[in-house]
Design a protein around this ligand. Structure first.
Ligand SMILES: CC(C)(COP(=O)(O)OP(=O)(O)OC[C@H]1O[C@@H](n2cnc3c(N)ncnc32)[C@H](O)[C@@H]1OP(=O)(O)O)[C@@H](O)C(=O)NCCC(=O)NCCS
Length: 211
């Protein structure tokens, strides 16, 4: 099943289609070296024109009748700011598989935002798009992203040695491959939801006691 425009809402986030007005937030988020160094195809320095070019491309793709990808901008409700992005790409309607990639603005790391976004987007991929398996690749040295995939329930499937050159660093990286089967996701989901709830509560208690 192919769904046209999609908006997903969670406790703290709105996951929606990209807009040209997202240019500044994307430039700020991806333009940080600590973020873009982990993504193979992103140049550094990353300028407004790079964000605009990318936005024009994905907005055009999002209007196609047969979708091969969905790009979700991660908007933080309380700030009305785009703090990241999560996509489904290479949607294969024969194998019922797709790939996924993501980033979060450095200022918002380790607050459970990608976990929250992934819960909504994975549910969309498995329930609405009827995917059977989701796949993702991560640089072996990327501690945060490897931890994220494991926490979400992905299985490690192997490592491609010296496989990718990062545009921003010019270095060659080993790449870990992960797969998430629908049945593994359904098993993991209740625990992940409870884990995220607990994390959000803890974060708000810490914030209150810091004020
Ligand atoms: C990977 C990334 C998207 C994670 O986003 P996030 O919102 O900070 O992640 P969350 O807060 O939801 O945490 C997800 C899990 O990863 C773990 N984690 C996150 N950052 C971590 C870090 N720096 N070191 C170790 N573990 C980390 C968390 O502890 C959590 O697991 P747990 O809940 O079981 O403890 C973010 O670090 C990022 O944007 N990195 C740069 C870009 C990138 O690497 N993109 C992925 C390319 S493959």
């Amino acid at each position: 099943m192919v769904v046209a425009q999609v908006i997903l809402k969670t406790k703290r986030l709105i996951l929606r289609s990209p807009r040209l007005s997202d240019t500044d937030d994307i430039t700020e988020g991806i333009g940080n070296f600590e973020v873009c160094k982990n993504m193979s195809g992103v140049p550094y320095p990353y300028k407004k024109k790079d964000a605009k070019e990318w936005l024009n491309k994905v907005i055009k793709k999002s209007k196609m009748k047969v979708r091969e990808s969905y790009v979700f901008m991660i908007e933080l409700k309380k700030e009305k700011k785009v703090i990241g992005c999560l996509d489904l790409n290479k949607i294969n309607l024969t194998d019922l598989t797709c790939q996924t990639g993501s980033w979060i603005n450095l200022k918002y790391h380790q607050k459970g935002y990608i976990t929250e976004a992934k819960i909504a987007v994975n549910e969309f991929a498995f329930n609405k798009l009827k995917m059977r398996k989701m796949e993702t690749t991560v640089f072996r040295i990327n501690k945060a992203s490897n931890a994220t995939q494991k926490s979400v329930g992905y299985r490690y499937e192997g490592c491609k040695i010296k496989s990718v050159v990062s545009k921003s660093t010019g270095k060659i990286y080993d790449v870990n491959m992960y797969g998430l089967l629908k049945e593994d996701w359904k098993k993991r989901l209740p625990k992940l939801r409870a884990h995220l709830e607990k994390k959000i509560k803890k974060l708000s208690i810490n914030k209150l006691s810091a004020n």
